[in-house]
Design a protein around this ligand. Sequence first.
Ligand SMILES: [Zn+2]
Length: 181
Amino acid sequence: MFRRWRNCLAREFIWIALYSRRVDDHASPYREAMTLAIAEAELATISGDLPIGALVLDESGVVIAKAGNRREATQDPTAHAEVLALRAAAQVRGDWQLDGCTLIVTLEPCPMCAGAAVLARVERIVFGAWNEEYGACGSHWDLPRDRRLNHRPEVISGVLAEECGNLVRDFMANIRTQGGK
Ligand SMILES: [Zn+2]
């Protein structure tokens, strides 16, 4: 398994948030929610998954869904935290259109997850650390603000960015340590 991580995933994730484009998030109303997303991210590591966590908040700011990465646990390439949280939120509401909802995630969403958030019509995407290789909310791509789309969620970045980035960095450092040089 550790060889797989090194060969397949280390290349993908080693880049994460290694430099800072932080905003001053001390007054962010999403810090508390991000703390809950971080807890989901930490749980993901139990199954050997990369620590990324996501929540969906309703219009009132109530958590209606939460998930961590489950790609390793389920061997499902689409089982990213954001997709799982969006699916769960749609189940809770009985409606795939998540109007007024906010997607909270510890790492900038990839193209698949940013696309899913757009298609789910969430009002807002809030993320922690930047994803310099696969980020699709402002770093590598910027799907939510593509003017060709007829729904463009607001994007808020950098909420508890250091904590969120450290989760992934520490996880990858552990993998390298346990897998040997
Ligand atoms: Zn994703």
